[in-house]
Design a protein around this ligand. Structure first.
Ligand SMILES: [Fe+2]
Ligand SMILES: [Fe+2]
Length: 135
């Protein structure tokens, strides 16, 4: 997934983390594509990405709360759902109940893209508006 300016939501800290997140998922894809990863170190790499995503969600939520973003609760719910989905996916994969690494990477791309372009952007607009007001 190529980073492009349309992914910028207008909040520098958030944008930097999104860029980093995309870069980490790209690394996963490269690992997968060159067949270098065995199951175990790929799992480690995924956990690293999941951890990064959680940190990002926490930071984003903190900023939303600080700025009294009206969509905060609904937005946090989307983050929680994503983290739960990932946890379940990994659990199913580890217990042999289906799901592949490449499905997981595709899911990450689709989710990140849609979430940033639609939901994080809504917050970005709110952020820009209120930053102008000096809040
Ligand atoms: Fe978000
Ligand atoms: Fe985000």
């Amino acid at each position: 997934m190529q980073w492009s300016d349309e992914f910028n939501v207008g909040c520098p800290g958030i944008d930097a983390q999104h860029k980093e997140l995309v870069e980490k998922v790209n690394e996963l894809e490269r690992l997968l594509a060159c067949g270098e990863a065995d199951d175990e170190n790929f799992s480690d790499a995924i956990l690293f990405v999941v951890e990064y995503a959680r940190t990002h969600f926490r930071d984003e939520e903190e900023l939303m709360q600080k700025m009294q973003y009206p969509g905060f609760v609904a937005h946090r719910k989307l983050h929680d759902q994503m983290v739960n989905h990932l946890a379940n996916f990994l659990k199913d994969m580890q217990s042999g109940n289906g799901g592949t690494f490449s499905e997981l990477v595709s899911y990450l791309y689709v989710w990140i893209q849609a979430h940033v372009l639609i939901e994080d952007r809504k917050f970005g607009d709110y952020y820009s508006l209120n930053a102008e007001k000096g809040l």
